[in-house]
Design a protein around this ligand. Structure first.
Ligand code: ZN
Length: 240
């Protein structure tokens, strides 16, 4: 309880500023990179600022290519945190989609149309990644150099694996729609619980109560098991 209240306090204190554990180190000192220039008219482009938005040349208005390794949180206008505002994410997604609409680029050179497509698919990927709690959590781990390796069963308790196996078996034998929906709701509840636990685990790191992301990693691995079950339920309900 104390941890939760302290978490809220930390969030209020930190606001949008994440401590070092959540910030990616700079890869190079400013000045060591060549100044980017507009691909169309060649003028040096001003610094990006903190927005991560698709950039247009201030002189000729040409859309510039996307960054090679963009921060998806920054692109979508969210704090680098597990707890994001889905409403804010959706608003940003819609506004980016509008500004990258193919109609705006239909009279532009092929190169610019290609860039607008690259931006669009990046925006879609960013939206899907941040919208799903599982993908958002995994991306946060990735930004902090922690990866969910394949075959991580050893990190997960036997009881949990048994539970998953039992659901799998039940599901394989079931052909009763009502029972399948029962399992579906059960998985949904489990995912909601795990999402809350992941959120607390990230918050503990953010507030220096814990110094590693292993707890979040373990919980996300469990969410992945339930996601596999979700896929099985879907294909059971709509066999193709
Ligand atoms: Zn230009």
């Amino acid at each position: 309880m104390w941890a939760v209240r302290r978490g809220q306090l930390c969030r209020a204190l930190w606001g949008s500023q994440a401590p070092a554990a959540f910030s990616r180190p700079r890869s190079a000192e400013p000045g060591s990179l060549p100044v980017p220039r507009c691909w169309s008219c060649g003028i040096p482009l001003p610094a990006r600022g903190g927005q991560g938005l698709p950039r247009f040349c201030p002189a000729c208005q040409a859309l510039q290519p996307p960054e090679s390794q963009p921060d998806l949180f920054r692109l979508m206008g969210c704090d680098r945190s597990f707890n994001i505002s889905v409403q804010q994410l959706q608003q940003r997604f819609r506004s980016l989609q509008r500004s990258l609409h193919p109609d705006y680029f239909s009279q532009r050179p092929q190169k610019e149309r290609d860039f607008s497509e690259q931006h669009s698919s990046l925006v879609n990927r960013a939206y899907q990644t941040l919208l799903s709690p599982l993908r958002r959590g995994l991306y946060l781990l990735e930004l902090n150099g922690v990866e969910l390796a394949k075959g991580t069963d050893s990190d997960i308790d036997v009881e949990f694996l048994k539970e998953i196996m039992e659901i799998n078996e039940t599901l394989a034998e079931l052909n009763n729609e009502a029972k399948i929906e029962e399992i579906e709701s059960f998985i949904e509840v489990k995912q909601e619980e795990l999402t809350k636990d992941v959120s607390k685990a990230f918050e503990r790191v953010l507030c220096f109560i814990s110094d590693d992301l292993q707890e979040a990693k373990k919980l996300l691995a469990k969410m992945k098991y339930f996601e596999n079950l979700e896929d099985k339920v879907k294909s059971k309900k709509n066999p193709s």
